[in-house]
Design a protein around this ligand. Sequence first.
Ligand SMILES: [Zn+2]
Length: 328
Amino acid sequence: MAVHTWETHRLVELEPGIVRVTLALPTGPRHVHCYFLRGDTDDGWTLVDTGLGLMETPWDDLLAQLDGDVVRIFITHMHPDHVGGAEAAAEATGAPVFQGRLDYAQCERVWGSDDWPERIAEWFIRNGVPPAVSDELIESGHVFADFVRFAWNPTLVEPGEEIDGWRVHWVPGHADGHLALERDGVLIAGDSLLTPITPAIGLYPESRPDPLGDYFATLEAIAELDPRVSYGGHGETIEAPAARAREIRAHHDERLDRTVSFLTDEPRTGFDVSYDLFGRDLPPIQRRFAVAETLSHLERLVADARAARHEDDRTVAYTAALHGGRPL
Ligand SMILES: [Zn+2]
């Protein structure tokens, strides 16, 4: 696959009233797209997502190239590359930040507390991650938290509301409280629909129990909404969103089949199964995503009665479902 290198800090008008700016990331897909949207009123632009904090985004230069003020900032979800620069963007624009109620609650719990890396590490240990690996996770977790400067006390948004003529849709899966904006056949999807990568769907502590089930409902809703075009947080513009939604669903169905093929009647942890699914050689931060992604698939299999969960005080583990897929 050809790797597209994105030119950063340049405003690109995708269609009238929709302008994209791409910011650099130190890891992962190496870039994130933010969008400036015009709406029904003529009062100015809505900025969607903000990149990381501490990345010295030249907001003043970017804003000077717009033919009007940014009058509000909308956050699709609380992951660092989307919410991390919210404080700086709010400072540069003087605009209020809008964020989903559920998303902001999780944002505060994760990035607003000092002990999240320890809490998540404890949970990973319950899912079979060896203490040495989880120690590294704690360390990298604290480093990462420095890049997140979200805006405290935003205006809270609920699905179904409208923001300057853009309808707010709840698109959970990649993040529990993930929101997208839609208007006139255009979907501003955040990370709910991406190409060529697929959004990571992971299970995390203190979050909804079946994120992959949530995501399947999101994909169906997007296919039904059938937007003309979808602009995502990473990668390429999606010209056939409904078809892409069906393609991503097929990808996960296949991965569910692979996951269940690694289960036996001996209980195995999410960590063990992640070795089968994603290989043995992953740096800690990627192992963390691999385990979370493995667990979201295992929990979907449990919900489908294709696997069974076994829990005691110390460990969570999974077996193949007994008796033709029906739990005993
Ligand atoms: Zn992202």
